[in-house]
Write a protein that binds this ligand. Structure first.
Ligand code: ATP
Ligand code: GCO
Length: 643
């Protein structure tokens, strides 16, 4: 290929992943970058912040280098700082990555760079999430970071798509976007966030030779849909090699421009990361492969159709087959297990570091799409900046694309955020004896759903009643953050149940079971359609929660398989006093059918079995904090669930 990867010393010889012998071979040795570092940039006053492969050997010994930004968190492209790190070499390769937050994008890019984390004093070229970032459910990379390895592989690490924390960061108090994605009137932050993901995808598909689409677990419809949108909009963006400004090529370029428009799109590689043992089964992977092929059948991306990818039929995959046998034959599907703290796996396949090494070998040695004409690294950068500046309106410039885009997005909006394949999160209430004893003053501060963290002094310090349906408030805010639907369980009570409660008569199991079954069916309908849902419900007993868990059609009541069940419970904890007070106000205001006198009967029923592994969240903090906490604590758990 004209602008493809240079041969990488030793890469082709490194441990093939096709071996299925036991025990698994040790991780392949890391390639420590063979070429000497380039001289430090001499002109343009570029900061010596360690960006670029040229400075790699030098800067990685020093403090955290901080990646160089090609696109800043304010969504502006910066070429001046990067140009000095690039050369007039035209034998290079560009690899980009896209995916949701925390899936391991920077970790993978570090591996492709050749970063050896086991060497003391070596800092990663791309920063990865720290424990603190994880605990706060924040994202780590903002904008697009760039590094150039000594093998002249240009690596583009990107901020996450579908990220609640990106959305929150870019949202102004009035709900509009702080980042101007389109010219003209400011957009809502939700829409701007969605367009950012699309712009990122289109940009990467336009300027990379290989684009890694990283997902958590083995299904991620949101990512696939985003990539289909990218495919639709990419066609108005020219090949970067047609945008070079070299005067000798100008005329030729003008003539070629039109023909070049349809031609170039990066090769896709799907990386499914943080997989559990149960994901490593040949049958699941065959399904994944088929689903991907089907999903992308009529797209410009050729998934599974490369000559190198065998068409494997069911019968050719014996159950004894090792995962390496399957994955090594795939040119566009890569698997990475969830890394355990000691870097081992508790199942027979390889460890995460060794599979990362394999991924590096396979990606760097695979043939990839090349740009139509030869271009130098520096020309690539200049063209990339032009492509970035085209912004989404350029992508939607012809009416056919615009209509198709609107059609595709009707009723199937890309979700602003997504944690996992469809899951239901049910909030319920717990009464805390401990809090009663130690914290009589505990009060709930739960404002109405707010799109921002901004609060008035009265909100912050007073005890203002906001309608007081606080389970509802929190669940609805979670739904809003995840871009999923929301169910209030009380809306599913029959008139008879409501009448009974309003007379102060507690419901019996006979009253509750049909109600819970109706709720279960509503949850199931959403999960079966691949949608997430947040539910507010006082599911006080384990047997009630068992019914709701059946919203995941693969859950068997009594099986105790709570961790793999897609219906998750979050318990909001507050003192009985607080709850009683709020219910009293609510019923005095005539807002709800349940009188405070019924509370005790409900608390008497409350029962949580430790084996259920229910997440308990402090309900005396801000709703935003509860939602953040919930997302952070659920990510690992939810990631393990598979439809
Ligand atoms: N396969 C894995 N198993 C378990 N943990 C992993 C795995 N890959 C990466 N991690 C850890 O998960 C965290 C997130 O990884 P990383 O920072 O690479 O994600 P990211 O997708 O780049 O995040 P962001 O979108 O916030 O930039 C890091 O602490 C990293 O060490
Ligand atoms: O099972 C029950 O007795 C009811 O569902 C109640 O829990 C109320 O509906 C709820 O507490 C009011 O929000």
């Amino acid at each position: 290929m004209a602008a493809g990867a240079p041969p990488l010393a030793g890469v082709g010889d490194r441990g093939s992943s096709s071996s299925s012998s036991h025990p698994p071979p040790p991780p392949p040795p890391k390639i420590l970058l063979a070429k000497p570092p380039l001289p430090p940039p001499s002109s343009s006053g570029a900061d010596d912040d360690g960006g670029g492969g040229g400075g790699a050997g030098r800067s990685r010994q020093a403090t955290q280098p901080g990646s160089l930004s090609l696109v800043s968190d304010a969504w502006e492209v910066h070429t001046d700082k990067i140009l000095p790190y690039l050369t007039e070499n035209n034998d290079f390769m560009v690899i980009g990555v896209i995916g949701p937050t925390g899936v391991g994008k920077s970790t993978i890019m570090n591996e492709l760079y050749g970063y050896d984390g086991s060497s003391p004093g070596m800092l990663p070229p791309f920063a990865t999430q720290t424990e603190e970032i994880k605990a706060m459910a924040k994202h780590c990379t903002a904008g697009i970071d760039i590094r150039i390895s000594n093998e002249r592989v240009i690596l583009l690490d990107t901020q996450p798509v579908f990220s609640p924390s990106v959305l929150i960061d870019m949202m102004k108090p009035d709900g509009s976007s702080a980042i101007p994605i389109l010219s003209g009137d400011p957009l809502s932050a939700d829409l701007a966030h969605e367009l950012m993901g699309i712009q990122l995808g289109v940009f990467l598909a336009s300027v990379c030779n290989i684009l890694l689409v990283v997902s958590e677990g083995i299904n991620d419809l949101s990512m696939w849909d985003l990539i289909l949108t990218v495919d639709l909009l990419k066609h108005n963006i020219p090949d970067p090699s047609f945008l070079t400004s070299s005067t000798t090529q100008d005329k030729e370029n003008k003539n070629d421009n039109q023909s070049g428009i349809e031609d170039y799109i990066a090769d896709l590689c799907f990386v499914h990361a943080r997989l559990r043992e149960q994901d490593f089964s040949p049958s699941k992977l065959m399904v994944l492969k088929r689903v991907l092929e089907k999903h992308f059948k009529s797209s410009s991306f050729s998934i599974g159709s490369s000559g190198a990818t065998p068409q494997v039929s069911d019968s050719s995959v014996p159950s004894s087959m090792k995962i390496e046998d399957l994955s090594s034959n795939q040119q566009d599907i890569y698997l990475l297990p969830l890394r355990t703290p000691d870097n081992s796996t508790n199942f027979e396949y390889r460890t995460c570091p060794s599979m990362l090494g394999m991924l590096r070998d396979q990606i760097l040695s695979r043939p990839s799409r090349s740009f139509s004409k030869n271009l130098t690294e520096r020309d690539w950068l200049r063209s990339s900046a032009k492509i970035w500046d085209m912004k989404p309106e350029a992508m939607l410039k012809d009416s056919e694309t615009r209509n198709k885009f609107s059609r595709n997005h009707q009723g199937r909006a890309i979700k602003p955020s997504r944690v996992v394949a469809a899951a239901a999160v049910v909030f319920f209430l717990v009464y805390s004896q401990e809090q009663i004893e130690t914290n009589h003053q505990a009060h709930l501060w739960l404002p109405q759903i707010s799109r921002t963290d901004q609060v008035s002094d009265q909100d912050q310090f007073g005890y203002r009643d906001h309608g007081s349906q606080w389970l509802r408030t929190v669940a609805a805010l979670l739904a809003e953050t995840l871009g999923c639907s929301f169910i209030e369980a009380d809306d599913y009570h029959s008139q008879a149940n409501k009448a009974k409660m309003s007379k102060g008569i507690p419901l019996t199991d006979g009253d509750r079971i049909p109600w819970l079954e109706a709720l279960r069916d509503a949850v199931r309908e959403r999960l079966d359609h691949g949608e997430d849902v947040a539910v507010s419900c006082s599911a006080l007993q384990q047997k009630y929660r068992e019914i709701l868990r059946e919203g995941d059609c693969s859950f068997r009541s009594g099986s105790g398989s709570y961790s793999s069940c897609r219906v998750k419970f979050v318990c909001l904890e507050a003192s009985a006093e607080v709850i009683a007070d709020r219910i009293r106000r609510r019923s005095m205001e005539g807002e709800h059918f349940m009188p405070a006198s019924l509370l005790q009967s409900q608390l008497d029923l409350l029962q949580i079995d430790e084996a259920e592994g229910i997440t308990v969240v402090d309900a005396t903090v801000r709703p935003n904090a509860i939602v953040h906490d919930t997302i952070a604590r659920f990510r690992e758990q939810l990631a393990s669930t598979v439809c």
